[in-house]
Each structure stands twice: as structure tokens, then as C-alpha cells.
Design a binder for this molecule. Structure first.
Ligand code: P6P
Length: 343
């Protein structure tokens, strides 16, 4: 029987680097740092339920350590791996109010900035729903010997060098792009390697899955209400029925739609006037990935990757998924904005 050639993520990234003869290897090393942290977080996530059970007997675990919140633990793992790696000059994390500037004596001129959500959806861990880590990598624009500036960190999504996520689900996968398509790697714990399992991912142009939190329906902009209503009626053009799927974990809803086709919408509402999801470390990286996979990501009216960031933790409305579904949702959304019914 012909054995399938195993391509590990490390091999894949190294091979990708050969496509860029002048590559210094810094980006490759940042990916190695991310992979290391991902394996450690995966281990912690897999035992969290156990710790939680133990943790219900008090606030300390069996070693007498404080049981840290999982997202704090994940943030520490990624911060530590990226800081010690020496190829990152700053980190923007959902868990830190301000930029974390990294001063590494070994590499006085690191040029990469990482924006990340170390553990998105961690409120789902208690119910064993899939959660994940999202990352986005930029190159600094100011001179390498100066302090990293806010402008270095507040770059448009079109400037991303790479973006990816790790989903800790029924299996643990790392999905990423550097602008040369999207590839998915599944963690084989028996060898401790992420192995290529989903080469060259492309999202179907159409789908029949819509992901919205209908609990907020009353607060949705009228155009989004119209789209949800449209999805609840069999598609008159194609006769295709739609299905509602909403896990409440962005990475899980996004990943399913990426593979099967579909749309995820988190619009602005009265409670969340700019939407809920963060531009720099949730919407930008997911937008880069979806566009590289042939899909679309907008605010309902503007391409996510063209949004000019003004604050580190800025929120934006998010429409993302199959191109034709996003176009349909946008058309209904814009139609009502034009007649002044945006809410
Ligand atoms: P809601 C998780 O807390 C998260 O940030 C995303 O992962 C998810 O898509 C969204 O919030 C869910 O928000 O308001 O529907 O519970």
C-alpha cells in the first residue's frame, strides 16, 4: 500500500521560505515560536476540563498553584514564545491594553509585529466547545533602531505579511496564509507535529449555512434582518434551503464555513454600536485568510482589509464567508442604509 508522504508544518514553512531567496528566516522563526506556543496551549486546553473539575474544590490546583484563567495562561505562553524568540519587536494582544514592546538583546533589529487573540471563545471551554488562537503578522514601518510606534501597529489589513489561527476542536488544526493561498495542518500528537491535511483550501462561492446570533435579531440593522429572513425561506433562485449554525466561537463558525461554504455575520447592534469583533486580531487575519481562499470579508459596506485602524482594540461589524452570500447580505444591508433604515 502506497504510504502517504507526511509533510509537517515545519517542512512546509521551510520549503515556502526557499521561494524567497532574500528571506532572512525571521518570519520562519516567528512561525516556529507560534507552533511551540500552540502545542503548549493545546496541552493546557485539553486538560483544562480536568483542572476545572479539580479547580471546583478551591482556587488552587494539585500543585498548589493558582488556577489561572485559560486565556491568561494562553496569552502568557504566546507572549513568552514570541518574546524569547527574538524576531518580534512588538505584540498586540487582546489580553493587554497597550502594545507590548519586545527588547531582545540577541536580535537588535527584529522587524515583525504580531497581533493576536491568544484564546478566542474561552468562555466556551467549560462546555467543551471549540476555541482557538488567532494571529496576524505585520512588518514594522519605522526604522528598526527606533522604538516601535503606534503607527507601526495600527496598519491596514492589506499590509499583513501572514495570518492564521489554531482551532482546538475535535482535532487541533493550524490554518494560515502568507498571501500564497491557505493551507491547513492537523496536529498529530503521536509525533508532536502539525501535518498538512488541508492543502490549498478554497471556500465555495456559495453555501447554505448562515451564522448569526439570532438572540440579537431585534437589534440587527434592518438589512441584516432582511438577509436572515431571506435565508429562512428556501432560496427562490436555487431552491436551496439554508441551515442556521452558530457555535458562539468565531474560529469554529469561521472554520466550518471556510470548508463547507457559508456566511458569518456579527453586525453592529444597539449593545455593540461598532460590532463586537476586534479589527486587528480577529477580523483582519480572518479577512486575509478568507480572501486568499476565494471568499469575502467586509463591514457590510467596506472591505475589512481596507479599514484604517484608529485604536488597538477597535471593533468593527463583520460579514465574512462565501463571496455570493456576502454579496447578497451586503446588497440587502446597503439597500436599507440608503433609505435610512440602518437600525
Ligand atoms: P455573542 C467569543 O466570545 C466571541 O468573541 C467570538 O468568538 C464569537 O463569535 C462571539 O464572541 C460570540 O458573541 O454575542 O454571539 O455571544
Amino acid at each position: 500500500m502506497k504510504t502517504q508522504k507526511v509533510v509537517t508544518l515545519t517542512q512546509f514553512i521551510s520549503e515556502q521560505q526557499t521561494l524567497y531567496p532574500d528571506a532572512s528566516g525571521d518570519l520562519t522563526r516567528i512561525f516556529m515560536d507560534i507552533i511551540l506556543a500552540a502545542k503548549i496551549v493545546n496541552r493546557d486546553v485539553r486538560k483544562a476540563g480536568l483542572v476545572d473539575i479539580l479547580g471546583t474544590h478551591g482556587t488552587t490546583n494539585i500543585q498548589g498553584e493558582d488556577v489561572k484563567k485559560l486565556d491568561v495562561m494562553a496569552n502568557e505562553e504566546f507572549m513568552s514564545a514570541l518574546s524569547l524568540g527574538g524576531d518580534c519587536c512588538a505584540i498586540l494582544s487582546e489580553e493587554n491594553d497597550d502594545i507590548v514592546r519586545v527588547h531582545n538583546p540577541n536580535n537588535s533589529k527584529p522587524k515583525y509585529i504580531v497581533a493576536m487573540d491568544p484564546l478566542d471563545g474561552s468562555s466556551n471551554i467549560d462546555v467543551n466547545a471549540s476555541i482557538g488562537t488567532i494571529f496576524s503578522i505585520f512588518r514594522r514601518r519605522s526604522m528598526a533602531w527606533n522604538e516601535v510606534t503606534m503607527e507601526d501597529c495600527l496598519q491596514k489589513g492589506i499590509n499583513q505579511i501572514a495570518a492564521g489561527y489554531i482551532i482546538y476542536g475535535s482535532s487541533t488544526m493550524l490554518v494560515y496564509t502568507t498571501g500564497q493561498g491557505v493551507n491547513g495542518f492537523t496536529l498529530d500528537s503521536s509525533i508532536g507535529e502539525f501535518c498538512l491535511s488541508h492543502p490549498d483550501i478554497k471556500i465555495p462561492k456559495d453555501g447554505n449555512i448562515f451564522s448569526v446570533n439570532e438572540g440579537n435579531f431585534a437589534e440587527f440593522p434592518q438589512g441584516v434582518k432582511d438577509f436572515v429572513t431571506y435565508c429562512k425561506e428556501t432560496d427562490k433562485e436555487t431552491g436551496r434551503p439554508y441551515s442556521a449554525r452558530y457555535i458562539g466561537s468565531l474560529i469554529a463558525d469561521f472554520h466550518r464555513n471556510l470548508l463547507k461554504g457559508g456566511i458569518f455575520i456579527y453586525p453592529h447592534t444597539a449593545k455593540a454600536p461598532n460590532g463586537k469583533l476586534r479589527l486587528m486580531y480577529e477580523c483582519n487575519p480572518m479577512a486575509f485568510i478568507i480572501e486568499q481562499a476565494g471568499g469575502k470579508a467586509t463591514t457590510g459596506s467596506k472591505r475589512i482589509l481596507e479599514v484604517t485602524p484608529e485604536q488597538l482594540h477597535q471593533r468593527v461589524p463583520f460579514f465574512v464567508g462565501s463571496e455570493n452570500m456576502v454579496n447578497k447580505a451586503e446588497a440587502l444591508y446597503k439597500a436599507k442604509i440608503q433609505i435610512g433604515m440602518s437600525n
